[in-house]
Design a binder for this molecule. Structure first.
Ligand code: ADP
Length: 161
């Protein structure tokens, strides 16, 4: 069974992430979408909230998708869970430069792993979770950037509910 993993912070999930999840789902028997726990960064959403958002927004996707969180090294998680491929999205040359070194280190740490890169769709190339948070903090229109459910969750966050 071919198992792929799509790791990220997903804080919050964007249209760009969602597109990569849909496309990666077609490539593997099972896709794990893994929310990285980063103890040094406080997110807008908690890890459980991010997983809940992912589950809700991906509920229409057919196929075997699992949503998890992990800490520590991604390659250790891959070894333990028989994951053969890491999926990453590429938006720009900057992403490429960053991903190149991560891929090289990952394969040194665990030669059994490979990374599959999927190009961002043109309409999603400028979308990042960081930009979403900036637009959201100024109450900007997020309708072409994130799913409706994420828009609602962001509204709740910023209204302090
Ligand atoms: P971000 O960079 O938006 O904060 P993450 O750290 O959660 O997102 O990134 C997880 C993965 O999703 C990375 O491989 C990243 O390149 C990919 N990704 C993020 N945004 C997009 C997008 N708009 N289109 C395609 N892939 C994306």
């Amino acid at each position: 069974m071919r198992i792929g993993i799509f790791p990220g912070s997903f804080d919050p999930l964007t249209n760009g992430h969602l597109d990569i999840i849909r496309r990666a789902n077609r490539l593997f028997d099972k896709l794990i979408v893994a929310v990285a726990k980063n103890s040094t960064k406080v997110g807008l959403f908690t890890i459980n909230e991010r997983i809940n958002i992912l589950e809700t927004c991906c509920s229409d996707i057919k196929g075997s998708i699992e949503f998890v969180s992990f800490d520590g090294l991604l390659v250790d998680y891959c070894k333990k869970n028989n994951v053969s491929s890491i999926v990453r999205g590429l938006r720009s040359v900057a992403d490429f430069e960053y991903e190149k070194s991560i891929d090289s280190v990952n394969r040194k740490l665990y030669p059994g792993i490979d990374t599959v890169f999927l190009m961002a769709r043109e309409e999603n190339m400028a979308i990042s979770s960081k930009i979403i948070k900036e637009v959201a903090s100024c109450h900007g229109d997020l309708s072409s950037l994130v799913p409706q459910f994420v828009q609602n969750q962001i509204k709740e966050k910023f209204s302090g509910k």
